[in-house]
Design a protein around this ligand. Structure first.
Ligand SMILES: Cc1cc2nc3c(=O)[nH]c(=O)nc-3n(C[C@H](O)[C@H](O)[C@H](O)COP(=O)(O)OP(=O)(O)OC[C@H]3O[C@@H](n4cnc5c(N)ncnc54)[C@H](O)[C@@H]3O)c2cc1C
Length: 465
């Protein structure tokens, strides 16, 4: 008998399936596409190792570390090379290294003297955290308009492919927002948080990781390891078309089969979850449809031999949305991790589109290539040739956009879910957009379902997870 039907074999669904099996439960995992991993995956082609989505995870990604330890795959985690510590921002016709020391901060031309002084005043600026703060209002208040424009804005488009003026500070940057609320300053709050974290980890005998991390075989090796541990049914090419709850039992249809179980986990993006909830909880569907999704186009490319040294070595660059340059940013993948490009060559990944440039999705491959050359000619300040290799990947619904009212949307969704005991949601839109949030939601969903199936009070199970 099936205990749990899981829809979606992205990383959140995989984590939940694996954990539930560890608890002795029978799981059926249904995936619309022909592979597991969802947005996480690695493609090897022509000597390149290209990520389909995420490249790396930060040291602070606690759920990722938990997963790595639980799977026992610590040895396949690789730190980013130290060269990747250097990041660049385009301003007024050239790339500026993001300052990493006080000396660099004083010397940089990325910000004017006035903006530097304003930024340094941050600990003395009175706290004013409001629940409806946009990320723009928050960063301007804390660091001043110029730093928000040239530093925080580009990072926001790098993470969310979003609009800093539409994202909510509390929803999209909950830690930062909490630092101001609790300590009156983002910088002081972050220092306090780091001190407490160091102390806690030392007491637990654990190491404090620093920097960025990836996997030797690419991110796909993580989802590959997870998939290989799942012993139960994983049905690929099985899009769930319909879900119902009849007499307290969940029933789903894939077009090939109908499956019933006492519990159902929807580990899919919010609009896909909305479609599957139309019959079960119709009032939840419009709430999930209110979460906007950013489209993203990825371009993996190897520069022509004549373009060696086109970009300064480092992690890559970001571009504020102020110039006639459509690229959001470019990651120098082969500088960050080894084994990404053929010997002696470099592999770059450029990001396009996002909520401020949704039309980019409509461009043909030739137009994308033309734009890539044009943009990098402007950013590098020298003529760029056609790349030696190009691979374009398009995602219509790539990254959820967490607006100021996002926490209330999710709170309302969770309240309404109590009307369908045994129904649980997982995914990266619930409490953050990174892989870490997706993994965390997979663990939480498994715990909630385990408690539900063992007869615990659903409200208590939800609270405990
Ligand atoms: C271009 C890009 C770059 C990114 N970069 C980073 C990064 O550097 N670092 C980072 O931490 N995060 C990054 N992310 C975010 C990260 O990829 C996500 O947080 C994570 O992969 C989300 O996992 P998920 O399981 O919630 O959803 P998904 O990966 O979207 O998985 C959902 C799965 O459900 C399946 N599905 C949907 N509907 C149905 C249905 N009806 N029936 C059956 N199956 C269905 C889909 O096919 C999919 O496989 C990036 C994302 C993208 C798109």
């Amino acid at each position: 008998m099936t205990d749990v039907i899981i829809v979606g074999a992205g990383i959140s669904g995989l984590v939940a399936a694996w954990r539930l099996e560890q608890e002795g439960l029978n799981v059926v995992l249904l995936e619309a596409s022909s592979r597991t991993g969802g947005n996480v995956g690695t493609l090897s082609q022509d000597g390149c190792m290209m990520e389909l989505g995420p490249y790396s995870f930060p040291a602070s990604a606690d759920a990722m570390w938990r997963l790595v330890e639980d799977l026992g795959i610590e040895s396949s985690v690789v730190p980013a090379r130290s060269a990747a510590d250097k990041r660049y921002i385009f301003r007024d016709g050239r790339l500026h290294a993001l300052p990493m020391s006080l000396r660099d901060f004083i010397a940089t031309r990325l910000l004017s003297l006035r903006a530097k002084l304003r930024l340094m005043l941050e600990p003395f600026i009175p706290g004013g955290a409001r629940e409806d703060d946009t990320a723009w209002e928050y960063f301007c208040r804390r660091f001043g308009v110029e730093a928000a424009t040239y530093i925080m804005g580009p990072f926001v488009s790098g993470i969310y492919a979003g609009d800093v003026r539409r994202l909510g500070a509390r929803a999209a940057f909950p830690k930062f927002w909490g630092f101001e609320r609790d300590s009156g300053s983002m910088i002081l709050g972050a220092m306090k948080y780091m001190r407490a974290k160091k102390k806690r980890l030392a007491a637990e005998g654990r190491v404090l990781h620093k920097g960025l991390f990836g996997f030797e075989g690419g991110m796909g090796s993580l989802t590959g390891a997870l998939s290989s541990r799942i012993r139960g049914r994983i049905e690929l090419n099985s899009r769930v078309l319909k879900a119902d709850r009849i007499g307290g039992v969940y029933q789903i249809e894939t077009g090939r089969e109908r499956i019933s179980a006492p519990s159902l986990l929807l580990a899919v993006q919010p609009h896909d979850a909305a479609a599957l909830l139309e019959n079960i909880l119709p009032s939840v569907a419009p709430l999930l449809r209110r979460i906007p999704m950013a489209p993203v186009t990825l371009v993996h490319w190897i520069p022509a031999e004549a373009d060696a040294g086109l970009l300064p070595p480092g992690f890559g660059f970001l571009v504020p949305r102020l110039y006639d340059v459509r690229v959001l940013g470019t990651v120098m993948a082969s500088e960050v991790f080894s084994g990404r490009a053929p010997e002696g060559r470099q592999l770059f990944t450029s990001y396009y589109g996002g909520v401020l440039d949704p039309e980019f999705m409509q461009l043909s491959d030739d137009e994308v290539l033309k734009r890539l050359v044009q943009d990098h000619t402007i950013v590098a300040g020298r003529e760029m040739h056609e790349p030696a290799f190009v691979k374009i990947m398009r995602y219509q619904s790539a990254i959820p956009q967490l607006a100021p009212d996002h926490p209330e949307i999710i709170a309302d969704v969770r309240k309404l879910l109590s009307g369908a005991p045994g129904l649980v949601l997982a995914g990266n839109y619930l409490s953050g957009v990174a892989m870490n949030a997706a993994v965390d939601s997979g663990y939480a969903a498994a715990e909630e379902l385990r408690a539900f199936l063992s007869g615990a009070n659903p409200a208590e199970a939800r609270a405990a997870s």
